[in-house]
Design a protein around this ligand. Structure first.
Ligand SMILES: Cc1cc2nc3c(=O)[nH]c(=O)nc-3n(C[C@H](O)[C@H](O)[C@H](O)COP(=O)(O)OP(=O)(O)OC[C@H]3O[C@@H](n4cnc5c(N)ncnc54)[C@H](O)[C@@H]3O)c2cc1C
Length: 367
């Protein structure tokens, strides 16, 4: 018997497990593979609520809250595990390559200033003065000095190790077939071969959440959106800030590695890196930073973002007592992991969350 069973040991499952275990709750994470080995390790690690948001709203608010938790979280995880998660307030430059892009930047600047956020408008020349490696195609930029980055792989590793250190059990290589429900309340999960009784179940199975029977997440609500990434080595580093443009981005890590991404493809669970994907990523990378043309490509991979139609995560209680959802984080799961963990653990432990989860309820898909 476990107080809480968590389905999925990605960043979401591991982070929720850490916060529950720290509250003294008996928690078991069931992970069919290796903790963190899916989307959470594949991610670029941009913590970019300002870069990502199309306008003010609940996603921006949640993202800003979560971004603010990062400095203390990075220090906490280093204390607990010795792992440096590579938190770096490098800033993000969102650039325009054409007139439409410039108009879009102007709109974003206006609403972000009105929202009280730090944002600076730069001409192409001013952007190149900040980052001399930027190519001549960059016509203008917005600088988001408070957006940041982290090493997603190290973060996923740190969360699972910290959770285990705090007392969470990990059943790895085990698969949850379905959530067991009696009289409108969860009583546990059925695994491949046996059952695990539990008083509450948290669904954190990322893109696969819709495939777990009884999890309350229709497969049409959370779907896989494939993203491809390329790693490039620069020595010495060519630029400091994340550079984002319509259709992709470049994330310069401190060690000189540049992560170039990404595609958003609705192709089911086909884990492939394609010629088309590489072509679009590398063409944009070369346009943004022409000197990357001389840099060696060191790797490429793809994984699945848990996509929802409105791009908001699916968080909170369901009509089944004890069944709680922490999924659907799409492009922002690394950014949103700290606030999700805090809110979901609070909800499970006390029955209510001080973070407003109403906009993220599964009920919004009921119609
Ligand atoms: C290419 C790419 C780039 C990205 N870049 C960024 C970024 O820059 N910034 C950002 O914030 N986000 C980014 N993301 C998004 C982010 O990676 C995801 O939102 C986040 O990792 C989701 O975490 P998760 O734990 O829900 O899912 P996952 O990490 O996919 O974990 C789900 C886990 O559940 C397990 N599982 C599934 N079904 C079962 C079952 N039935 N039983 C047991 N275990 C099960 C899986 O094996 C998996 O380990 C990116 C994603 C991709 C693919």
């Amino acid at each position: 018997m476990s107080d809480v069973a968590i389905i999925g040991g990605g960043i979401m499952g591991s982070a929720v497990a850490l916060r529950l275990a720290q509250r003294g709750i008996d928690v078991t994470v069931i992970e069919r593979g290796i903790p963190g080995a899916e989307a959470s390790s594949a991610a670029a690690g941009i913590l970019g609520p300002q870069m990502e948001a199309d306008g003010p709203g609940p996603l921006l608010d949640l993202g800003l809250k979560s971004r603010a938790l990062y400095p203390a979280l990075a220090a906490e995880l280093r204390d607990l595990t010795g792992i440096d998660v590579g938190y770096d307030r490098s800033g993000v430059l969102s650039v325009a390559l054409d007139e439409a892009g410039e108009a879009d930047l102007a709109v974003r600047r206006t609403w972000q200033l009105a929202r009280g956020l730090r944002v600076e408008s730069l001409s192409g020349e001013a952007a190149r003065a900040r980052e001399p490696a930027l190519g001549p195609a960059v016509r203008a930029a917005l600088a988001f000095a408070d957006d940041a980055q982290v090493s997603a792989r190290e973060l996923a590793r740190a969360f699972s190790q910290a959770a285990a250190g705090a007392g969470a059990r990990f059943l790895t290589g085990r698969y949850v077939r379905r959530v067991l429900i009696e009289k409108g309340a969860v009583v546990g999960v059925e695994l491949d071969g046996d059952t695990l009784p539990a008083g509450a179940v948290v669904v954190a199975a990322g893109s696969w959440s819709g495939l777990v029977e009884g999890a309350g997440v229709p497969a049409s609500v959370v779907r896989p959106a494939r993203g491809q990434l390329v790693s490039i080595e620069t020595r010495p580093p060519l630029f400091r800030q994340v550079v984002a443009a319509p259709g992709g981005y470049l994330v310069p890590r401190r060690d000189g590695t540049v992560l170039a991404g990404s595609t958003v493809e609705m192709v089911g669970f086909k884990k492939q890196v394609t010629v088309g994907g590489l072509a679009s990523i590398l063409t944009l990378a070369h346009t943004l930073i022409p000197a990357l043309g001389e840099a060696p490509v060191t790797g490429s991979w793809s994984n699945f973002r848990p996509f929802t139609e409105d791009h908001l995560p699916v968080l909170g209680s369901t009509s089944v007592r004890g069944l709680v959802l922490a999924t659907g984080h799409f492009r922002n799961g690394i950014l949103l992991a700290p606030i999700t963990a805090y809110a979901i653990a609070e909800l499970v432990a006390t029955g209510r969350a001080t973070v407003d989860l109403a906009p993220f309820s599964i009920d919004r898909f009921a119609s």
